[in-house]
Design a protein around this ligand. Structure first.
Ligand SMILES: [Zn+2]
Length: 251
């Protein structure tokens, strides 16, 4: 039964890839007529980040395949554990790339609903608002719309993942000493995209019948960050109730 459930999820994830493609190429050009082309062109190329690929045949690719296989067992607590004999940094790196790809795809399916008008501030429910700063290019936090914030956020994450000194893809290249703190910042920020989707766009997710896909992805994310203590509890507060529900129902 468990295997069946996960194979259905795999199907739904390939379907959202289709959705992503359809929306990227059909809906955005349509909108171009109403808005300034430059603005829209900018947005469509930035909102959908290209999938970050882990090269086939590499050790990291094997780790990713291992993660997918153990996820299929249905036991998420087991699936997130560091495989025996593996390097923790590498395990965290592979999974961080995978979460980025998942969130990119999930947010990609609802970008049409997340606009300057619907989401003038980046929020996670009425009590939490985020202002963007990356600590290097933008030091003083700026208040901006959710689509703008998420664009900044995903572009920033992508830049980190593409940095070979931070995420080495070649065998034998060591991880930097500060790797884990960079990974923690990435995961802390990626959490905010889940929080925004759940709080502001869950009705659209339901309409698209993507809720099982979203819940599975988020649950995997939470089990992973809990296993290695990667995000402070206070950062998770905007989705605390959901986290309790998802993590106590089945372990
Ligand atoms: Zn939004």
């Amino acid at each position: 039964m468990k295997t069946l459930r996960f194979s259905i999820i795999t199907l739904s994830s390939s379907r959202s890839t289709t959705l992503l493609v359809i929306w990227g190429f059909i809906l955005f050009p349509l909108k171009e007529e109403e808005e300034e082309a430059e603005d829209v062109g900018n947005r469509s190329s930035k909102t959908f980040k290209p999938k970050k690929n882990i090269p086939e045949g590499s050790h990291q690719y094997e780790l990713l395949k291992h993660a997918e296989a153990t996820l299929g067992s249905g036991n998420l607590r087991m699936a997130v554990m560091l495989p025996e004999g593996e390097d923790l940094n590498e395990w965290v790196a592979v999974n961080t790339v995978d979460f980025f790809n998942q969130i990119n795809m999930l947010y990609g399916t609802i970008t049409d609903f997340c606009t300057e008008e619907s989401c003038p501030v980046m929020s996670a429910g009425p009590k939490y608002e985020y202002h963007w700063a990356d600590g290097t290019n933008i030091k003083k936090p700026i208040k901006c719309s959710a689509p703008k914030y998420i664009d900044y956020l995903m572009t920033w994450v992508q830049d980190q993942l593409d940095d070979e000194t931070l995420f080495p893809s070649k065998i034998g290249v060591p991880f930097k000493r500060n790797f884990m703190s960079v990974a923690k910042t990435i995961l802390k920020r990626l959490f905010r995209v889940y929080a925004h989707i759940y709080h502001q766009h869950f009705d659209s997710v339901m309409q698209l019948q993507e809720e099982a896909h979203l819940n599975t992805s988020f649950k995997h994310f939470i089990f992973f960050v809990q296993e290695f203590n990667l995000i402070d509890r206070k950062e998770l507060v905007p989705l605390q109730e959901l986290i309790e529900k998802l993590t106590t129902k089945d372990r």
